[in-house]
Design a binder for this molecule. Structure first.
Ligand SMILES: NC(=O)c1ccc[n+]([C@@H]2O[C@H](COP(=O)([O-])OP(=O)(O)OC[C@H]3O[C@@H](n4cnc5c(N)ncnc54)[C@H](O)[C@@H]3O)[C@@H](O)[C@H]2O)c1
Length: 438
């Protein structure tokens, strides 16, 4: 394939060398003449393991050229990878000046091109950038249409500096955000041989995946470091503890707890987080990440409350009260918080939870109810049918197949259903279903 690469920093230079190694004809474009001179001379513009040898080899093999002529680069190639920097602006937003400038030039070049062209954005971009900001620029400057005369897509880059050639050859996955088959087919040809899964999604989702991955990595590092600072203060071997934490592949290093849902609660997580923060306070250890978890959890519960209030409906039915299916443990259940708020706001509330029978609640569980929703008994119903029948808005907080069957049977088209549990795709309700944030 004939490929042009815009921006020859870490991402662009490594892609250029690896694509040329894989047999493609690659032309590199950068505004920094020093980088172009280095590549012309068979040298690497970035310090990366293996790049000195690889760049010398691919340049000597005649597969690489460099230019500042954007027009020729677009006219003479089939596909462009855009890898310019998108650094932080002083206010924390993304400085897109380089990519905006490039897109104007790419559009002008497309004005003259008679054949279709694929533009692949590899720079990290805030969701919506490609479709709402960059596409209009290229369409305006070229007088041509995305999806007809050219194809825009977004493919986040996952290489890490220091191991970038290895990461290029073995990425965690390939994600392509596109609106049509044409650019996907081209990227399958380019990257389909890599030993990883190839996922196609929307452009916006592909843009966002990059942020979620980087944020997750940053959060993991900070979690380990905060845990280590606390371990140190408590005289515990942090390396040993985190080694053991990492050995749990069922709950710790797995997809468990990583799907969006409702706020957590129950008798363990909140109390243990509180005790952790107390230990840290006693030892003067600052743990901003761990300390932010309970407030964030509360914000999530408040989000559900706000959605219910914003609906304007006053007859609310809650399906589920305990903190998870199969238990009658109400301690710190975020659904109890919801009930408390709805009652406090004067809404009419009915609650169904197959596991919760007030007369059977004992000890701490019973005390929790006494403290938070002492009159909940007046709102509890033993059958789901009447709760559905007498509500305008239903909050589904229980993940249970029998509940879903009842909802499928009894929910009416005029009812709103706020889904806190990610209702399975197969569950078809007649009401207006809204996910909490999905
Ligand atoms: N560095 C990484 O490990 C990494 C990994 C994944 C994603 N990314 C993302 O990829 C993008 C590029 O990152 P990088 O580290 O390679 O950046 P970089 O700063 O190393 O390189 C960017 C290059 O773009 C060039 N450039 C700027 N304006 C230009 C223009 N108008 N025309 C042509 N070239 C221009 C610069 O001269 C520079 O050589 C960023 O969005 C970054 O967030 C980087």
């Amino acid at each position: 394939m004939k490929i042009s690469i815009f921006g020859l920093g870490y991402v662009g230079a490594v892609s250029l060398a690896c694509l040329a190694r894989d047999g493609h004809d690659v032309v590199g474009i950068d505004i920094d003449p020093a980088k172009l001179d280095l590549i012309r001379a068979g040298k690497t513009p970035v310090v990366e393991e293996g790049m000195v040898e690889l760049m010398a080899k691919v340049v000597a093999g005649g597969k690489v050229s460099v230019t500042t002529d954007i027009y020729r680069a677009v006219l003479d190639t089939d596909i462009s990878l855009i890898c310019v920097g998108t650094p932080s602006a002083p206010n924390g937003s993304q400085d897109q000046s380089a990519i905006l400038r490039i897109c104007r030039d790419l559009g002008l070049a497309m004005r003259e091109k008679r054949k279709p062209h694929v533009f692949v954005f590899r720079s990290t971009l805030m969701p919506g950038s490609v479709e709402e900001v960059l596409r209009p620029i290229i369409e305006r400057e070229s007088g041509k249409r995305d999806g007809v005369d050219f194809h825009l897509c977004f493919q986040p880059e996952f290489l890490r500096e220091g191991s970038s050639i290895r990461d290029y050859d073995k990425p965690p996955f390939t994600i392509v955000g596109a609106n049509g088959e044409a650019p996907v087919a081209v990227l399958r040809d380019l990257f389909g041989h890599l030993p990883c899964e190839f996922h196609v999604t929307s452009v916006r989702a592909a843009e966002m995946v990059k942020y979620c991955c980087n944020n997750f990595h940053a959060m993991k590092i900070t979690f380990a470091n905060e845990s280590a600072r606390l371990c140190e203060a408590l005289g515990v071997d942090a390396l040993e503890v985190m080694d053991l934490v990492c050995k749990d592949r069922q709950l710790n290093i797995s997809a468990a707890y990583l799907k969006p849902g409702f706020a957590f609660g129950g008798s363990c997580l909140p109390k243990d987080l509180r005790a952790t923060m107390y230990m840290a306070k006693m030892k003067d250890v600052e743990l901003p990440l761990l300390g932010g978890i309970l407030p964030s959890n509360r914000v999530h519960a408040d989000h559900a409350i706000a959605k219910v209030l914003a609906s304007g409906k006053r007859r609310i039915g809650m399906i589920g009260l305990s903190f998870k299916p199969g238990t009658d443990d109400l301690r710190e259940s975020p659904l109890v918080l919801l009930a408390e708020q709805f009652i406090g706001k004067g809404l009419s509330l009915l609650v169904y939870d197959p596991e919760v029978h007030l007369s059977r609640l004992l000890g701490a569980n019973s005390r929790f109810i006494e403290e938070h929703v002492p009159h909940i008994g007046a709102h509890l119903r033993s059958d789901i049918e009447s709760v559905i029948a007498e509500s305008d808005l239903l909050v589904v907080g229980l993940d249970d197949a029998r509940i879903f069957e009842s909802l499928e049977r009894h929910v009416r088209p005029d009812q709103i259903v706020l889904d806190l549990v990610r209702l399975p795709a197969g569950v078809k309700l007649r009401g207006q279903v809204a996910g909490l944030c999905w």
